[in-house]
Design a protein around this ligand. Structure first.
Ligand SMILES: Cc1cc2nc3c(=O)[nH]c(=O)nc-3n(C[C@H](O)[C@H](O)[C@H](O)COP(=O)(O)OP(=O)(O)OC[C@H]3O[C@@H](n4cnc5c(N)ncnc54)[C@H](O)[C@@H]3O)c2cc1C
Length: 483
Protein backbone atom coordinates (compact mmCIF):
# COMPACT_ATOMS: atom_id res chain seq x y z
CA UNK A 1 0.00 0.00 0.00
CA UNK A 2 1.29 3.45 -0.93
CA UNK A 3 0.32 6.11 1.61
CA UNK A 4 0.47 9.83 0.76
CA UNK A 5 0.50 12.40 3.57
CA UNK A 6 -0.12 16.00 2.55
CA UNK A 7 1.18 18.47 5.13
CA UNK A 8 3.61 17.81 7.94
CA UNK A 9 2.34 19.62 11.01
CA UNK A 10 0.85 17.95 14.09
CA UNK A 11 -1.62 15.94 11.95
CA UNK A 12 0.90 14.67 9.39
CA UNK A 13 3.45 13.81 12.09
CA UNK A 14 0.76 12.03 14.11
CA UNK A 15 -0.12 9.92 11.06
CA UNK A 16 3.54 8.86 10.81
CA UNK A 17 3.62 8.13 14.51
CA UNK A 18 0.45 6.04 14.35
CA UNK A 19 1.62 4.13 11.26
CA UNK A 20 4.76 3.29 13.21
CA UNK A 21 2.86 2.24 16.34
CA UNK A 22 0.02 0.35 14.72
CA UNK A 23 2.08 -1.83 12.35
CA UNK A 24 4.35 -4.82 12.82
CA UNK A 25 7.67 -5.00 10.98
CA UNK A 26 6.05 -7.35 8.49
CA UNK A 27 3.26 -4.84 7.79
CA UNK A 28 5.77 -1.99 7.51
CA UNK A 29 7.46 -3.87 4.71
CA UNK A 30 4.22 -3.80 2.70
CA UNK A 31 3.87 -0.04 3.08
CA UNK A 32 5.55 2.84 1.31
CA UNK A 33 4.97 6.35 2.58
CA UNK A 34 5.43 9.68 0.79
CA UNK A 35 5.00 13.01 2.57
CA UNK A 36 4.36 16.24 0.72
CA UNK A 37 5.01 19.42 2.61
CA UNK A 38 5.90 22.99 1.87
CA UNK A 39 9.29 23.97 3.29
CA UNK A 40 7.68 26.56 5.58
CA UNK A 41 6.29 24.62 8.52
CA UNK A 42 7.96 21.35 7.47
CA UNK A 43 7.90 19.06 10.51
CA UNK A 44 6.46 21.74 12.82
CA UNK A 45 3.24 22.97 11.25
CA UNK A 46 2.03 26.55 11.16
CA UNK A 47 1.67 27.53 14.85
CA UNK A 48 4.96 25.94 15.97
CA UNK A 49 7.28 27.17 13.21
CA UNK A 50 10.48 28.98 14.28
CA UNK A 51 9.39 32.33 15.69
CA UNK A 52 9.82 34.62 18.67
CA UNK A 53 9.67 33.22 22.21
CA UNK A 54 6.92 35.72 23.06
CA UNK A 55 4.43 33.47 21.24
CA UNK A 56 3.29 30.94 23.81
CA UNK A 57 1.57 27.58 23.89
CA UNK A 58 -1.86 28.32 25.34
CA UNK A 59 -2.04 25.05 27.30
CA UNK A 60 0.02 23.96 30.27
CA UNK A 61 3.26 22.21 29.27
CA UNK A 62 2.22 18.94 30.91
CA UNK A 63 -0.83 18.67 28.63
CA UNK A 64 1.03 19.04 25.31
CA UNK A 65 2.23 15.83 23.70
CA UNK A 66 1.61 14.14 20.40
CA UNK A 67 2.12 10.73 21.94
CA UNK A 68 -1.31 9.74 23.18
CA UNK A 69 0.10 6.93 25.30
CA UNK A 70 2.75 9.13 26.85
CA UNK A 71 1.38 12.50 27.93
CA UNK A 72 4.81 13.30 29.44
CA UNK A 73 6.72 13.02 26.16
CA UNK A 74 7.10 16.76 25.50
CA UNK A 75 7.77 17.70 29.12
CA UNK A 76 10.47 15.00 29.33
CA UNK A 77 11.98 16.26 26.07
CA UNK A 78 12.13 19.83 27.46
CA UNK A 79 13.70 18.64 30.70
CA UNK A 80 16.42 16.80 28.79
CA UNK A 81 17.10 19.41 26.14
CA UNK A 82 16.85 22.57 28.16
CA UNK A 83 17.68 21.36 31.67
CA UNK A 84 14.46 23.00 32.81
CA UNK A 85 12.61 21.53 35.75
CA UNK A 86 9.47 22.49 37.57
CA UNK A 87 7.48 22.88 34.38
CA UNK A 88 4.04 22.18 35.81
CA UNK A 89 1.52 24.90 34.97
CA UNK A 90 3.95 26.74 32.69
CA UNK A 91 3.34 28.05 29.17
CA UNK A 92 6.44 27.55 27.01
CA UNK A 93 7.20 29.18 23.63
CA UNK A 94 5.40 27.53 20.73
CA UNK A 95 8.63 27.33 18.73
CA UNK A 96 10.04 25.02 21.42
CA UNK A 97 7.15 22.62 20.83
CA UNK A 98 8.07 22.95 17.15
CA UNK A 99 11.64 21.80 17.88
CA UNK A 100 10.28 18.72 19.63
CA UNK A 101 7.94 18.01 16.69
CA UNK A 102 10.76 18.46 14.19
CA UNK A 103 12.98 15.99 16.03
CA UNK A 104 10.13 13.46 16.10
CA UNK A 105 9.58 14.02 12.37
CA UNK A 106 13.19 13.29 11.44
CA UNK A 107 13.19 10.11 13.54
CA UNK A 108 9.97 8.85 11.96
CA UNK A 109 11.08 9.70 8.41
CA UNK A 110 14.19 7.64 8.92
CA UNK A 111 12.50 4.75 10.69
CA UNK A 112 9.66 4.38 8.18
CA UNK A 113 11.91 5.13 5.17
CA UNK A 114 9.57 7.92 4.12
CA UNK A 115 9.98 9.60 0.72
CA UNK A 116 9.81 13.39 1.10
CA UNK A 117 8.51 15.84 -1.49
CA UNK A 118 9.17 19.36 -0.21
CA UNK A 119 6.58 21.02 -2.42
CA UNK A 120 3.12 22.46 -2.04
CA UNK A 121 0.33 20.17 -3.23
CA UNK A 122 -1.92 21.83 -5.79
CA UNK A 123 -4.46 19.08 -6.49
CA UNK A 124 -5.75 15.71 -5.29
CA UNK A 125 -7.78 13.70 -7.78
CA UNK A 126 -9.56 10.35 -7.57
CA UNK A 127 -8.79 7.81 -10.28
CA UNK A 128 -11.32 5.29 -11.57
CA UNK A 129 -9.52 2.45 -9.78
CA UNK A 130 -10.00 4.25 -6.45
CA UNK A 131 -6.39 5.45 -6.18
CA UNK A 132 -5.48 9.13 -5.86
CA UNK A 133 -3.07 11.36 -7.75
CA UNK A 134 -1.34 14.01 -5.70
CA UNK A 135 0.05 16.84 -7.79
CA UNK A 136 2.51 19.61 -7.03
CA UNK A 137 3.97 22.08 -9.54
CA UNK A 138 6.74 19.59 -10.38
CA UNK A 139 5.68 16.15 -9.17
CA UNK A 140 2.76 13.78 -9.56
CA UNK A 141 2.37 10.60 -7.50
CA UNK A 142 -0.28 7.92 -7.25
CA UNK A 143 -1.23 6.62 -3.83
CA UNK A 144 -3.74 4.12 -2.44
CA UNK A 145 -4.48 6.08 0.69
CA UNK A 146 -4.27 9.88 1.02
CA UNK A 147 -4.20 11.79 4.32
CA UNK A 148 -5.03 15.46 3.92
CA UNK A 149 -3.21 17.21 6.78
CA UNK A 150 -2.96 20.75 5.40
CA UNK A 151 -3.92 22.33 8.69
CA UNK A 152 -5.16 25.85 8.91
CA UNK A 153 -7.70 27.28 6.54
CA UNK A 154 -7.20 30.78 5.13
CA UNK A 155 -7.52 33.80 7.39
CA UNK A 156 -10.74 35.78 7.19
CA UNK A 157 -10.76 39.21 5.59
CA UNK A 158 -13.96 40.79 6.92
CA UNK A 159 -13.22 44.31 5.66
CA UNK A 160 -11.83 43.26 2.27
CA UNK A 161 -8.38 44.70 2.98
CA UNK A 162 -6.17 41.90 1.62
CA UNK A 163 -3.64 43.37 -0.79
CA UNK A 164 -3.68 46.89 0.74
CA UNK A 165 -0.21 48.16 1.68
CA UNK A 166 0.34 48.02 5.47
CA UNK A 167 -2.48 45.51 5.96
CA UNK A 168 -0.84 42.44 7.47
CA UNK A 169 -3.20 39.66 6.45
CA UNK A 170 -1.29 36.79 8.10
CA UNK A 171 1.08 37.93 10.88
CA UNK A 172 3.16 34.70 11.12
CA UNK A 173 6.05 34.30 11.47
CA UNK A 174 5.86 37.42 13.63
CA UNK A 175 9.63 37.93 13.45
CA UNK A 176 9.29 38.48 9.71
CA UNK A 177 5.84 39.97 9.25
CA UNK A 178 5.73 42.31 12.26
CA UNK A 179 8.98 44.17 11.76
CA UNK A 180 8.47 47.94 11.64
CA UNK A 181 11.23 50.49 11.04
CA UNK A 182 9.43 53.16 12.99
CA UNK A 183 9.76 52.81 16.80
CA UNK A 184 6.23 54.07 17.40
CA UNK A 185 4.01 52.63 14.68
CA UNK A 186 0.28 53.10 15.19
CA UNK A 187 -1.31 49.70 14.81
CA UNK A 188 -4.90 48.54 14.87
CA UNK A 189 -5.04 44.88 15.85
CA UNK A 190 -8.15 43.38 14.34
CA UNK A 191 -9.80 40.94 16.76
CA UNK A 192 -9.19 39.74 20.31
CA UNK A 193 -8.44 36.05 19.69
CA UNK A 194 -5.22 34.08 19.84
CA UNK A 195 -3.56 35.76 16.84
CA UNK A 196 -4.47 39.24 18.10
CA UNK A 197 -2.98 38.43 21.51
CA UNK A 198 0.19 37.04 19.88
CA UNK A 199 0.54 40.31 17.98
CA UNK A 200 0.16 42.32 21.19
CA UNK A 201 2.75 40.20 23.07
CA UNK A 202 5.25 40.36 20.23
CA UNK A 203 4.85 44.12 19.70
CA UNK A 204 5.05 44.79 23.43
CA UNK A 205 8.40 43.00 23.50
CA UNK A 206 9.92 44.37 20.29
CA UNK A 207 8.31 47.83 19.97
CA UNK A 208 7.38 48.85 23.53
CA UNK A 209 6.48 52.37 22.33
CA UNK A 210 4.09 51.23 19.60
CA UNK A 211 0.55 52.62 19.80
CA UNK A 212 -1.59 49.49 19.94
CA UNK A 213 -5.37 49.32 19.72
CA UNK A 214 -7.46 46.16 19.74
CA UNK A 215 -10.34 46.66 17.32
CA UNK A 216 -13.12 44.27 18.18
CA UNK A 217 -16.79 43.59 17.74
CA UNK A 218 -17.59 42.85 21.39
CA UNK A 219 -14.52 43.85 23.42
CA UNK A 220 -14.02 40.34 24.85
CA UNK A 221 -10.89 38.20 24.95
CA UNK A 222 -11.41 34.73 26.45
CA UNK A 223 -11.48 33.03 29.81
CA UNK A 224 -8.25 32.88 31.83
CA UNK A 225 -6.72 29.46 32.40
CA UNK A 226 -7.35 28.44 36.01
CA UNK A 227 -5.51 25.85 38.10
CA UNK A 228 -6.38 22.55 36.46
CA UNK A 229 -6.41 19.43 38.64
CA UNK A 230 -6.31 15.86 37.26
CA UNK A 231 -9.88 14.86 36.57
CA UNK A 232 -11.57 11.52 35.87
CA UNK A 233 -15.08 11.43 34.49
CA UNK A 234 -17.83 9.00 35.44
CA UNK A 235 -20.89 9.90 33.38
CA UNK A 236 -19.41 11.08 30.10
CA UNK A 237 -16.68 8.62 29.04
CA UNK A 238 -15.77 7.57 25.52
CA UNK A 239 -16.56 3.87 26.01
CA UNK A 240 -20.04 4.44 27.45
CA UNK A 241 -20.97 7.12 24.91
CA UNK A 242 -19.69 5.00 22.02
CA UNK A 243 -21.71 2.04 23.27
CA UNK A 244 -24.82 4.20 23.56
CA UNK A 245 -24.38 5.79 20.13
CA UNK A 246 -23.84 2.41 18.47
CA UNK A 247 -26.87 0.92 20.23
CA UNK A 248 -29.30 3.78 19.71
CA UNK A 249 -28.03 7.08 18.30
CA UNK A 250 -31.45 8.69 18.84
CA UNK A 251 -31.10 8.29 22.58
CA UNK A 252 -28.59 11.17 22.60
CA UNK A 253 -30.35 14.50 23.00
CA UNK A 254 -29.27 17.92 24.21
CA UNK A 255 -31.41 17.47 27.33
CA UNK A 256 -29.67 14.18 28.15
CA UNK A 257 -26.22 15.66 27.56
CA UNK A 258 -27.11 18.53 29.88
CA UNK A 259 -28.23 16.03 32.54
CA UNK A 260 -24.96 14.07 32.26
CA UNK A 261 -22.94 17.25 32.34
CA UNK A 262 -24.79 18.45 35.43
CA UNK A 263 -24.10 15.10 37.16
CA UNK A 264 -20.45 15.25 36.13
CA UNK A 265 -20.01 18.78 37.50
CA UNK A 266 -21.87 17.88 40.73
CA UNK A 267 -19.61 14.86 41.11
CA UNK A 268 -16.54 17.12 40.98
CA UNK A 269 -17.98 19.69 43.35
CA UNK A 270 -18.35 22.30 40.59
CA UNK A 271 -21.23 24.75 41.00
CA UNK A 272 -22.15 24.75 37.31
CA UNK A 273 -24.69 27.53 37.32
CA UNK A 274 -22.42 29.83 39.37
CA UNK A 275 -19.36 29.16 37.18
CA UNK A 276 -21.39 29.64 34.00
CA UNK A 277 -22.93 32.90 35.13
CA UNK A 278 -19.92 34.45 36.82
CA UNK A 279 -16.75 33.32 35.06
CA UNK A 280 -15.30 33.19 31.55
CA UNK A 281 -16.78 36.50 30.37
CA UNK A 282 -13.63 37.58 28.55
CA UNK A 283 -14.05 41.29 29.37
CA UNK A 284 -11.42 43.10 31.46
CA UNK A 285 -13.66 42.80 34.55
CA UNK A 286 -14.39 39.19 33.60
CA UNK A 287 -10.69 38.32 33.40
CA UNK A 288 -10.12 39.99 36.79
CA UNK A 289 -12.87 37.83 38.25
CA UNK A 290 -11.42 34.69 36.64
CA UNK A 291 -8.08 35.43 38.31
CA UNK A 292 -9.84 35.61 41.68
CA UNK A 293 -11.42 32.16 41.17
CA UNK A 294 -8.60 30.15 39.64
CA UNK A 295 -9.48 26.93 41.47
CA UNK A 296 -13.19 26.76 40.55
CA UNK A 297 -12.45 27.90 37.02
CA UNK A 298 -9.55 25.46 36.56
CA UNK A 299 -11.66 22.52 37.70
CA UNK A 300 -14.32 23.40 35.15
CA UNK A 301 -11.77 23.88 32.34
CA UNK A 302 -10.05 20.60 33.24
CA UNK A 303 -13.41 18.83 32.99
CA UNK A 304 -14.11 20.38 29.59
CA UNK A 305 -10.68 19.26 28.39
CA UNK A 306 -11.17 15.76 29.72
CA UNK A 307 -14.42 15.43 27.79
CA UNK A 308 -12.74 16.22 24.46
CA UNK A 309 -12.59 12.61 23.42
CA UNK A 310 -16.39 12.44 23.55
CA UNK A 311 -17.13 15.71 21.77
CA UNK A 312 -17.21 14.31 18.25
CA UNK A 313 -19.35 11.30 19.26
CA UNK A 314 -21.88 13.46 21.07
CA UNK A 315 -21.86 16.26 18.53
CA UNK A 316 -22.41 13.93 15.58
CA UNK A 317 -25.18 12.04 17.39
CA UNK A 318 -27.18 15.25 17.94
CA UNK A 319 -29.73 16.28 15.30
CA UNK A 320 -28.83 19.58 13.58
CA UNK A 321 -31.73 21.46 15.23
CA UNK A 322 -30.29 20.61 18.64
CA UNK A 323 -26.77 21.52 17.56
CA UNK A 324 -28.15 24.92 16.54
CA UNK A 325 -29.89 25.34 19.91
CA UNK A 326 -26.64 24.51 21.70
CA UNK A 327 -24.65 27.00 19.63
CA UNK A 328 -27.21 29.74 20.12
CA UNK A 329 -27.57 29.27 23.87
CA UNK A 330 -24.09 28.19 24.93
CA UNK A 331 -21.70 28.33 21.95
CA UNK A 332 -19.94 31.64 22.49
CA UNK A 333 -19.30 31.18 26.22
CA UNK A 334 -18.29 27.55 25.73
CA UNK A 335 -15.66 28.66 23.21
CA UNK A 336 -14.24 31.04 25.85
CA UNK A 337 -14.04 28.28 28.47
CA UNK A 338 -12.55 25.88 25.96
CA UNK A 339 -9.70 28.15 24.80
CA UNK A 340 -8.41 30.04 27.83
CA UNK A 341 -5.47 32.43 27.82
CA UNK A 342 -2.48 32.14 30.18
CA UNK A 343 -2.80 33.98 33.50
CA UNK A 344 0.33 36.04 32.88
CA UNK A 345 -1.01 37.23 29.53
CA UNK A 346 -4.35 38.13 31.11
CA UNK A 347 -2.57 40.20 33.79
CA UNK A 348 -0.56 42.07 31.16
CA UNK A 349 -3.70 42.82 29.16
CA UNK A 350 -5.62 43.98 32.23
CA UNK A 351 -2.78 46.30 33.34
CA UNK A 352 -2.05 47.77 29.93
CA UNK A 353 -5.69 48.37 29.07
CA UNK A 354 -6.74 49.80 32.45
CA UNK A 355 -3.67 52.08 32.49
CA UNK A 356 -4.45 53.23 28.94
CA UNK A 357 -1.14 51.94 27.49
CA UNK A 358 -3.10 49.84 25.03
CA UNK A 359 -6.62 50.59 23.82
CA UNK A 360 -9.54 48.21 23.47
CA UNK A 361 -12.29 49.53 21.19
CA UNK A 362 -15.46 47.73 20.20
CA UNK A 363 -18.44 48.00 17.84
CA UNK A 364 -16.55 48.48 14.58
CA UNK A 365 -18.78 49.38 11.66
CA UNK A 366 -16.30 49.63 8.77
CA UNK A 367 -12.62 49.91 7.89
CA UNK A 368 -11.34 51.55 4.71
CA UNK A 369 -7.95 52.69 3.46
CA UNK A 370 -7.92 56.46 2.91
CA UNK A 371 -4.92 58.72 2.35
CA UNK A 372 -2.33 56.13 3.40
CA UNK A 373 -4.15 55.37 6.68
CA UNK A 374 -6.83 52.92 7.71
CA UNK A 375 -9.99 54.75 8.71
CA UNK A 376 -12.07 52.83 11.25
CA UNK A 377 -15.68 53.91 11.78
CA UNK A 378 -17.55 52.70 14.88
CA UNK A 379 -21.29 52.17 15.39
CA UNK A 380 -21.56 55.50 17.25
CA UNK A 381 -20.02 57.16 14.11
CA UNK A 382 -16.75 57.99 15.89
CA UNK A 383 -13.69 57.59 13.69
CA UNK A 384 -10.09 56.51 14.40
CA UNK A 385 -7.22 55.98 12.00
CA UNK A 386 -4.10 53.77 12.00
CA UNK A 387 -0.95 53.38 9.89
CA UNK A 388 -1.11 49.59 9.98
CA UNK A 389 -3.78 46.97 10.53
CA UNK A 390 -2.80 43.48 11.69
CA UNK A 391 -5.38 40.82 10.95
CA UNK A 392 -6.13 38.73 14.03
CA UNK A 393 -9.61 37.62 13.04
CA UNK A 394 -8.92 33.88 12.80
CA UNK A 395 -9.59 31.43 10.02
CA UNK A 396 -12.43 31.27 7.54
CA UNK A 397 -13.91 27.89 8.44
CA UNK A 398 -17.09 28.29 6.39
CA UNK A 399 -16.23 26.75 3.03
CA UNK A 400 -19.30 28.19 1.32
CA UNK A 401 -18.02 31.77 1.67
CA UNK A 402 -15.01 33.67 0.29
CA UNK A 403 -13.58 30.58 -1.35
CA UNK A 404 -11.11 32.77 -3.24
CA UNK A 405 -9.18 33.15 0.04
CA UNK A 406 -8.56 29.39 0.39
CA UNK A 407 -5.48 27.70 -1.05
CA UNK A 408 -5.66 26.00 -4.50
CA UNK A 409 -5.97 22.39 -3.31
CA UNK A 410 -8.99 23.23 -1.15
CA UNK A 411 -10.67 25.09 -4.01
CA UNK A 412 -9.90 22.26 -6.43
CA UNK A 413 -11.32 19.56 -4.13
CA UNK A 414 -14.48 21.59 -3.57
CA UNK A 415 -14.87 22.20 -7.30
CA UNK A 416 -14.32 18.49 -8.01
CA UNK A 417 -17.00 17.81 -5.36
CA UNK A 418 -14.62 15.51 -3.46
CA UNK A 419 -15.10 17.63 -0.34
CA UNK A 420 -18.47 18.86 0.88
CA UNK A 421 -18.68 22.06 2.96
CA UNK A 422 -20.11 21.27 6.39
CA UNK A 423 -22.50 23.72 7.97
CA UNK A 424 -20.57 23.70 11.27
CA UNK A 425 -17.24 24.51 9.57
CA UNK A 426 -14.68 22.78 7.38
CA UNK A 427 -15.72 19.74 5.37
CA UNK A 428 -18.09 16.88 6.15
CA UNK A 429 -16.10 13.91 7.42
CA UNK A 430 -17.20 10.42 8.41
CA UNK A 431 -16.20 9.97 12.06
CA UNK A 432 -14.18 8.13 13.37
CA UNK A 433 -12.85 6.76 10.06
CA UNK A 434 -11.94 10.40 9.17
CA UNK A 435 -12.88 9.68 5.53
CA UNK A 436 -14.10 12.59 3.42
CA UNK A 437 -17.76 12.61 2.41
CA UNK A 438 -18.26 13.81 -1.16
CA UNK A 439 -20.97 16.14 -2.43
CA UNK A 440 -23.16 13.17 -3.39
CA UNK A 441 -23.06 12.08 0.26
CA UNK A 442 -20.75 9.10 -0.39
CA UNK A 443 -17.81 8.17 1.82
CA UNK A 444 -14.55 8.58 -0.10
CA UNK A 445 -12.71 5.59 1.31
CA UNK A 446 -9.00 6.11 1.10
CA UNK A 447 -9.13 9.91 1.53
CA UNK A 448 -8.88 10.97 5.16
CA UNK A 449 -9.00 14.54 6.41
CA UNK A 450 -7.67 16.09 9.65
CA UNK A 451 -7.10 19.38 11.45
CA UNK A 452 -9.17 22.48 10.84
CA UNK A 453 -10.83 21.00 7.74
CA UNK A 454 -12.26 18.34 10.06
CA UNK A 455 -12.98 20.66 12.98
CA UNK A 456 -16.72 21.01 12.21
CA UNK A 457 -17.39 17.38 13.04
CA UNK A 458 -15.13 17.63 16.10
CA UNK A 459 -17.20 20.33 17.72
CA UNK A 460 -14.91 23.11 16.50
CA UNK A 461 -11.72 21.59 17.89
CA UNK A 462 -8.32 21.20 16.28
CA UNK A 463 -6.07 21.20 19.34
CA UNK A 464 -2.94 19.02 19.37
CA UNK A 465 -4.65 16.32 21.41
CA UNK A 466 -7.74 16.19 19.18
CA UNK A 467 -5.69 16.14 16.00
CA UNK A 468 -3.46 13.35 17.35
CA UNK A 469 -6.55 11.34 18.35
CA UNK A 470 -8.14 11.71 14.94
CA UNK A 471 -4.88 10.53 13.35
CA UNK A 472 -5.04 7.45 15.57
CA UNK A 473 -8.60 6.70 14.40
CA UNK A 474 -7.81 7.42 10.74
CA UNK A 475 -4.75 5.14 10.66
CA UNK A 476 -6.64 2.39 12.50
CA UNK A 477 -9.38 2.53 9.87
CA UNK A 478 -6.88 2.60 6.99
CA UNK A 479 -5.02 -0.44 8.27
CA UNK A 480 -8.24 -2.48 8.31
CA UNK A 481 -7.87 -2.54 4.50
CA UNK A 482 -4.59 -4.45 4.65
CA UNK A 483 -5.43 -6.81 7.51
C1 LIG B 1 -1.64 30.64 16.27
C2 LIG B 1 -2.12 29.31 16.75
C3 LIG B 1 -1.74 28.84 18.00
C4 LIG B 1 -2.17 27.60 18.45
N1 LIG B 1 -1.79 27.18 19.69
C5 LIG B 1 -2.20 25.98 20.14
C6 LIG B 1 -1.78 25.50 21.43
O1 LIG B 1 -1.08 26.18 22.15
N2 LIG B 1 -2.21 24.27 21.83
C7 LIG B 1 -3.01 23.49 21.04
O2 LIG B 1 -3.36 22.36 21.43
N3 LIG B 1 -3.42 23.93 19.83
C8 LIG B 1 -3.04 25.14 19.37
N4 LIG B 1 -3.44 25.57 18.13
C9 LIG B 1 -4.33 24.71 17.35
C10 LIG B 1 -3.62 24.03 16.18
O3 LIG B 1 -4.65 23.90 15.24
C11 LIG B 1 -3.02 22.66 16.45
O4 LIG B 1 -2.21 22.74 17.57
C12 LIG B 1 -2.16 22.05 15.32
O5 LIG B 1 -1.19 22.95 14.87
C13 LIG B 1 -2.95 21.57 14.14
O6 LIG B 1 -2.09 20.79 13.34
P1 LIG B 1 -2.32 20.55 11.79
O7 LIG B 1 -1.32 19.55 11.36
O8 LIG B 1 -3.74 20.27 11.54
O9 LIG B 1 -2.03 21.96 11.09
P2 LIG B 1 -0.68 22.80 10.86
O10 LIG B 1 0.09 22.85 12.11
O11 LIG B 1 -1.10 24.08 10.26
O12 LIG B 1 0.16 21.97 9.77
C14 LIG B 1 -0.20 21.89 8.44
C15 LIG B 1 1.03 21.70 7.59
O13 LIG B 1 0.64 21.46 6.25
C16 LIG B 1 1.44 22.23 5.36
N5 LIG B 1 0.62 22.48 4.16
C17 LIG B 1 -0.48 23.25 4.06
N6 LIG B 1 -0.97 23.21 2.81
C18 LIG B 1 -0.17 22.39 2.10
C19 LIG B 1 -0.16 21.95 0.75
N7 LIG B 1 -1.07 22.35 -0.13
N8 LIG B 1 0.83 21.10 0.35
C20 LIG B 1 1.78 20.67 1.22
N9 LIG B 1 1.82 21.07 2.52
C21 LIG B 1 0.85 21.91 2.96
C22 LIG B 1 1.74 23.50 6.15
O14 LIG B 1 2.89 24.13 5.65
C23 LIG B 1 1.93 22.93 7.56
O15 LIG B 1 3.25 22.55 7.76
C24 LIG B 1 -3.02 26.81 17.65
C25 LIG B 1 -3.42 27.29 16.40
C26 LIG B 1 -2.97 28.52 15.95
C27 LIG B 1 -3.41 29.00 14.60
Amino acid sequence: MHIGIIGLGVAGISILKEVDKQTTQEMKEQLSVTVFSESEGFGTGFPYQPDDDALLINQYTETMSIDLENQEEFIEWVKNKRSLNDLKNTHLPRSLFGEYLYEETLKLIEKLKVAVVREKVQAVKILENGQFTITTDRTEKQVDSAHLCIGHLAYQDPYDLKGETNFIYNPYPAMKKLSFENETPSIGILGTGLTAIDTYLYMKKTHPKAELTFLSLEGRFSSVRGHEPDIHTHYICRESIQHLVEKDKDSVSLERIKEWFQKETDDHGIDLSWVWQNLGEGTIEGMQKDLQHKEALGKFQALIRKLRDCYALLWNALPDEEKDVFLKEFGRKWSFFKAPIPQKTARLLINDITEGKVKLLRDIRSIKKENERFKVVFNDHKVQSYEHIVNGTGQQKDLTRNIHLQQPVVRQMLEAEILMPYRYGGALIDYPSMCAVNQKGGRVSGLRVYGQLASGIQFGNSSVEMVAKSAQYGVRDMLKDID
